[in-house]
Design a protein around this ligand. Structure first.
Ligand code: FAD
Length: 367
């Protein structure tokens, strides 16, 4: 039966969920507080198209990435940069995996891997680096994906309401009511199904709607954008697995990102735990004036990859990163899918810890 569907949040997940329902013939409205789609976490991230390599401590996440990669690649081929070489590097000290374990892990998940050529290994500090592997990992262009989704949604008849801040969701005769503020006016929509795809703000809407919070962990993350030195321009590097760094293309800007496990997260807090803090994650981020951790990231990273010293800082993207509490121990990225949350029939909270998780979400929706 065709029904009215409201999707709250025009990030990658909300947009893609809206598209799915519109394709199935439902009447879909997408409410997004920014001026366009994919302006928040779906833009301010590392842009890594996950192929499993990043999760040697969570076999399930790695395997799911292997399964979802071809689907993501097929769907967004023209929004994905495959033009660079990607290297995973195992550090001699403080690494949670040895080079043998990493090689074996890649074999187990059937992810292509081979020793990097000498011209590449000699870029690294041999005293600190045990092995360098060539892998097949790509980067997505978030702006290109946003443009694609905007066109697809428009073509299929989704009503996209931007600058629309959702205030609350509640029960109504025959379904649900969504109250939102747009251009200084309060408006409302009724629908049979409402999807809360607001990622870092899922609980903000839950609180405003008087329904239970979900256990989530948030951190303020800093992605540094750099102009890489010439010898790294066509390369991406991830040092595994512990307090190390990554630098790889950020196609939306034609720059490289630089992130560091120790310095990218600035602060963190939990929701729906005994020691949790109640705060609007966006307001909190806006209230902070954080000094960049770039000098610390660079100081450490250039010990492993000396040529990074010649990179040029461009800017930092600060964003709220949200994960499920179970991700803390093993760095896994399961999805959150909570239908009829808070006893509100038809109200579903959805969150994916990485873009390719969308296919796990779509499977739940089919289910
Ligand atoms: C630092 C960092 C690095 C990451 N690296 C990667 C990576 O390399 N690869 C990868 O695949 N994933 C990565 N991720 C995860 C990925 O970014 C997220 O899984 C994904 O972007 C979540 O998409 P989303 O649509 O749920 O969230 P978002 O893109 O944040 O979308 C939520 C939307 O909801 C809107 N919104 C919020 N409140 C309201 C409201 N009240 N009313 C209306 N609209 C509202 C927001 O404006 C926003 O557009 C990273 C995340 C971070 C933060």
């Amino acid at each position: 039966m065709k029904s009215a569907v409201v999707v709250v949040g025009g990030g990658f997940f909300g947009a893609r969920v809206a598209l799915e329902f519109a394709r199935a013939g439902h009447e879909v409205t997408l409410l997004e507080r920014e001026a366009g789609l994919m302006k928040r976490a779906s833009y301010a991230n590392q842009a890594r198209v996950h192929g499993g390599y990043h999760y040697p401590r969570s076999l399930l996440t790695a395997l799911r990435s292997r399964v979802n990669l071809p689907a993501f690649y097929d769907e967004y081929r023209d929004c994905i940069d495959t033009s660079f070489e990607k290297y995973y590097v195992i550090a001699r000290q403080f690494s949670k995996v040895s080079y043998q374990q990493f090689g074996l892990f890649c074999q187990r998940i059937e992810a292509p891997v081979r020793p990097a050529p000498d011209r590449v290994t000699k870029l690294f500090n041999d005293d600190l680096v045990e092995a360098v592997y060539t892998v097949e990992e790509y980067a997505f262009n978030a702006t290109a994906i946003a443009e694609r989704l905007t066109k697809q949604l428009t073509d299929v008849g989704v009503r996209i309401e931007t600058r629309a801040e959702v205030l609350a969701v509640g029960p109504a005769a025959g379904g649900l009511v969504v109250r939102f503020q747009q251009h200084g006016q309060e408006r409302e929509l009724t629908a049979q199904r409402v999807f809360n795809c607001t990622y870092a703000r899922i609980n903000e809407i839950n609180r405003r709607s008087g329904v239970a919070e979900l256990p989530l962990k948030h951190e303020i993350a800093e992605i540094v954008l750099i102009e890489p030195p010439a010898e790294l321009a066509d390369k991406g590097v991830t040092v595994m697995c512990g307090p190390f760094f990554s630098t790889m293309p950020f196609p939306a800007r034609g720059l490289h990102s630089l992130t560091h496990v120790r310095y990218t997260p600035h602060t963190e807090w939990h929701e729906a735990k005994p020691d949790s803090i109640t705060r609007d994650s966006y307001d909190y981020l806006d209230s902070l004036s954080l000094p960049s951790a770039y000098p610390k990231m660079l100081a450490d990273a250039q010990r492993y990859l000396p040529s990074l010293a010649d990179s040029k800082y461009v800017e930092s993207l600060f964003e709220v990163k949200t994960v499920l509490p179970q991700s803390e121990g093993d760095d896994s990225r399961p999805i959150l899918y909570k239908p009829d949350h808070g006893g509100l029939t038809g109200y579903t909270c959805i969150m994916g810890g990485k873009l390719d998780n969308i296919y796990d979400v779509l499977k739940e929706l089919e289910g």
